[in-house]
Write a protein that binds this ligand. Structure first.
Ligand SMILES: [Zn+2]
Length: 97
């Protein structure tokens, strides 16, 4: 569990799940300390969050802004892993096929 401080609110991430190199989801804790929201970054289908600000008012909530950099880092890591796995299978000599 990691806590990221944003300008005004503390963002508590309960878990993160990299589903593919273009999609990562987070479970975040609401500021009430009980409610959980699902924040999804999907490069193909867009970003979404189940919190009221995003779900009801269609605003870019602080979960999305606060987690954007973290999400990108996880996706970059996943892409690098997939690239490494590909090279191991198809390009063991480093020819960059
Ligand atoms: Zn949100």
């Amino acid at each position: 569990m990691t806590t990221t401080a944003t300008k005004s609110k503390v963002l508590t991430v309960l878990s993160s799940n990299v589903e593919s190199k273009s999609r990562v989801s987070f479970t975040v804790l609401s500021s009430d300390g009980v409610t959980r929201y699902s924040t999804v970054f999907d490069k193909k289908h867009g970003c979404s969050c189940t919190c009221p600000g995003c779900g009801q008012y269609h605003k870019v909530c602080y979960h999305l802004t606060g987690l954007a950099a973290h999400a990108q880092a996880l996706l970059d890591e996943r892409e690098a892993q997939e690239r490494a796995a590909y090279e191991l299978l198809f390009d063991p000599c480093g020819l960059y096929l």
